[in-house]
Design a protein around this ligand. Sequence first.
Ligand code: NAD
Ligand code: IPM
Ligand code: MN
Length: 366
Amino acid sequence: MSNYNIAVLAGDGIGPEVMQEAKKVLSAVEQAFDLSFTLKEFDVGGIAIDNHGQALPPATLKGCEDAQAILFGSIGGPKWDSLPLEERPERAALLALRGHFDLFSNLRPAKIYPGLEALSPLRADIAASGFDVLVIRELTSGIYFGQPKGIEGEGEEQFAYDTMRYSKKEIRRIAISAFEAAQKRGKKVTSVDKANVLLCSRLWREVTEEVAKDYPEVTLEHIYIDNATMQLLRYPSDFDVMLCSNLFGDIISDECAMITGSMGLLPSASINSENFGLYEPAGGSAPDIAGKGIANPIAQILSASMLLRFSLNLTEAADAIDAAVVKTLADGILTGELLSAENRDQAKSTSEVGDYIANIIATANA
Ligand code: NAD
Ligand code: IPM
Ligand code: MN
């Protein structure tokens, strides 16, 4: 029986709650597909600050280095918001991991499944036109990582600055990720930028055009970020792969999640050039609902599926998870945020949704 080593970093807020359900599903996959996953758990984020004095303790980093892939929950929350930026969980743990492993290619797939249009907040006729988008977000450069950044001066003269910076090499490798993906999907790349204002976006367009020449069967369109946010709501079916810089991809992916119905449905894969990856829900620690057992575990479960698919090459097992999730939604097994106010009394809990998905995998593949 093949064994795989996965580092599990549940983190803060709803992280541990939804991770519990992803572990349940992985355990169903082990049984059904005769596989063995060794899951080693490590503290990360706020809980790691509380327990070890830092958001990314050396033992956690070592655990990630020793694993074949990282399954990540979510980090951060009000308790740690007042720390200096460089010590906060988001920067000291999550951005540090992305940088350390050079996880430059972030894949965020968002889809309205046929028959599940009612989950979308879009007007019915617009939702019915279809939505199946892969956001490809550059994850280790741009304004998140550009130097210098700082805060200087005193009183009203005090000022802060961040640097948005992209090299041609960084743009080229993420553009290649987008074209490679588009070739296997709808054969269209929409590159999102602000080339009417930003030099980085001008360079982004130039390099993207160059890369496009190697993919004659893929159409390339450019769109400004502000227009993109509205066209997504107006003509969602116009989009296939959306190629975004770090900050624009962060914003666009939350919008794409919500078009499908909830932040709790959007998984993500952050991959480097060796296919090593960190897999996490695109959403955060959701302090507003943490501890109540009502968070949607699907983004975490689909992140585990992406881990199996991209880092472990376990396609059949990943397909089984994806199919079980679609069936669960189609069967109306929904957490509260997917229901209208008058139907919310029918909401299922985090663990009920996880049980249902795990059970489908176990019975369908028995
Ligand atoms: P958030 O994504 O945590 O929450 C935004 C909204 O989406 C909230 O209303 C929340 O209840 C809802 N939501 C998110 N996930 C959900 C789920 N699984 N089921 C149901 N509803 C869900 O964003 P925020 O409130 O801006 O950030 C909270 C904290 O999380 C901050 O500290 C932020 O920095 C951090 N954060 C972490 C990550 C990460 O670890 N990858 C990602 C985003 C934000
Ligand atoms: C995400 C999150 C992170 C980001 C934060 C927590 C640093 O919002 O993964 O989308 O901005 O990349
Ligand atoms: Mn985000």
